[in-house]
Design a protein around this ligand. Structure first.
Ligand code: SF4
Length: 306
C-alpha cells in the first residue's frame, strides 16, 4: 500500500497530500465504535514501522508531481503520534515542503507526552479528537487502551494549548445515545472554555462504522451546537445526514439565531427556506449582519453597533 495518498480537496484545508504513517495495517490505541477501519485490538506502540527515508522518498516524488498542493497531512491507519520517529520525520518534511502547510490529525490520546508535544508544536495545524469528557464515555465509545485516562488527555491538551502558537482544532464526533447526552456536552463545553481552541468541528458518523452505531442528523447536531457557550467557535462539519425541513424565520428570528451563534452559508441553506434566505440577504444589504471569514470558513454574524 502506498504511504502517500491524494491530493484530496477539502473546503477547509485546500488541496492536501496525505501521509499514512501506518500503511500496511491498523495500529491504534483506540478502537472507536465509529471507526471507518475494521475493529482491531488496541496497541500501545507501532510494531509495523516504515522508515523515515521511505516516507521522504515517496513524499519527494509526490511533491514534484503535485507542486500546487496547499497542505501535507500526517495521518495513519490508526494513530499517527504512535509513529516512533515522528520528530525526525517532521524535521525532514520541513526541509522539503516549501510553503506547504504541515498538519496532523490525531486522536489526542498521547498529547500529555512531552515528546509528542515537542513534535506537534512544529506543525502549522494540529487537529485533535475529543469525543468524551468522562472516563465511562472514553471506555464505551473510543474503547481506549487501558492505560489512557481522560484526565491525562485533558491536562495534556491544556498544557499543549498553552505552548502552541499554531491552529489548534478540536474535532468532536457525536454518536447517538453514546456521547450526545447533556452531561458529556456540559463536560466538553467546560473544558473547551478553558482550552480556547482555534476551532471546534462538530461531526457525526459519515462512513460505514466498525460497529453498529448510529449517526445524528443535522438538526440534532445543530441543537447540540447551541448547548456550547456562544463564545466558542463551534462549526457543524458534518453534512451527510441532512434530514430536515427548511424552515421559515422572520428577520428578528434570524438576528436572534445569529446573535447566539454565527452560521455558515451551508448552515443557512440547510436551515432556511427560500423566503428566509431572501430575508437574510436583505439583512446583509441593510448592514445588520455581515459575512466574515474566520479560520478558513465564511460565517454570517450580526453587526455589533457601538
Ligand atoms: S482513533 Fe481513529 S483510527 Fe483509531 S479507532 Fe478511533 S477512529 Fe479508528
Amino acid at each position: 500500500m502506498s504511504i502517500i495518498f491524494g491530493p484530496v480537496n477539502s473546503r477547509r484545508f485546500g488541496s492536501s497530500l496525505g501521509v499514512d504513517l501506518s500503511p500496511h495495517t491498523k495500529q491504534c490505541n483506540f478502537d472507536c465504535l465509529y471507526c471507518e477501519l475494521d475493529a482491531a485490538k488496541t496497541v500501545e506502540s507501532y510494531s509495523d514501522i516504515i522508515t523515515v527515508d521511505e516516507i521522504i522518498a515517496e513524499l519527494t516524488t509526490a511533491l514534484s508531481r503535485y507542486s500546487d498542493i496547499d497542505v501535507i497531512t500526517l495521518t495513519a491507519n490508526g494513530e499517527p503520534t504512535l509513529y516512533p520517529h515522528l520528530t525526525e520525520l517532521i524535521e525532514k518534511i520541513k526541509e522539503i515542503k516549501g510553503d506547504k502547510r504541515l498538519i496532523i490529525l490525531s486522536n489526542g490520546s498521547t498529547i500529555a507526552q512531552k515528546s509528542v508535544q515537542d513534535a506537534l508544536i512544529q506543525l502549522d495545524m494540529v487537529k485533535l479528537s475529543f469525543d468524551c469528557a468522562t472516563p465511562s464515555c472514553l471506555k464505551k465509545l473510543d474503547r481506549a487502551h487501558k492505560d489512557i485516562s481522560i484526565g491525562d488527555i485533558m491536562e495534556g491538551m491544556a498544557e499543549f494549548g498553552g505552548r502552541y502558537g499554531g491552529e489548534l482544532v478540536i474535532e468532536i464526533l457525536l454518536v447517538k445515545n453514546l456521547n450526545d447526552n447533556e452531561e458529556n456536552i456540559r463536560g466538553l463545553n467546560e473544558f473547551l472554555l478553558r482550552l480556547r481552541p482555534t476551532r471546534i468541528d462538530l461531526g457525526t458518523i459519515d462512513r460505514p462504522p466498525a460497529y453498529d452505531v448510529k449517526a445524528l442528523d443535522y438538526h440534532e447536531l445543530y441543537a447540540i451546537a447551541q448547548q456550547f457557550d456562544p463564545s466558542l467557535p463551534v462549526y457543524i462539519a458534518s453534512r451527510k445526514n441532512v434530514n430536515i425541513a427548511r424552515a421559515s424565520h422572520s428577520d428578528e428570528e434570524i438576528l436572534m439565531m445569529l446573535s447566539r451563534r454565527p452560521l455558515t452559508p451551508e448552515d443557512t441553506r440547510l436551515l432556511f427556506d427560500d423566503a428566509t434566505i431572501s430575508r437574510l440577504e436583505g439583512l446583509l444589504n441593510a448592514h445588520k449582519i455581515e459575512k466574515v471569514q474566520k479560520n478558513q470558513l465564511f460565517f454570517y454574524k450580526i453587526v455589533k453597533t457601538p
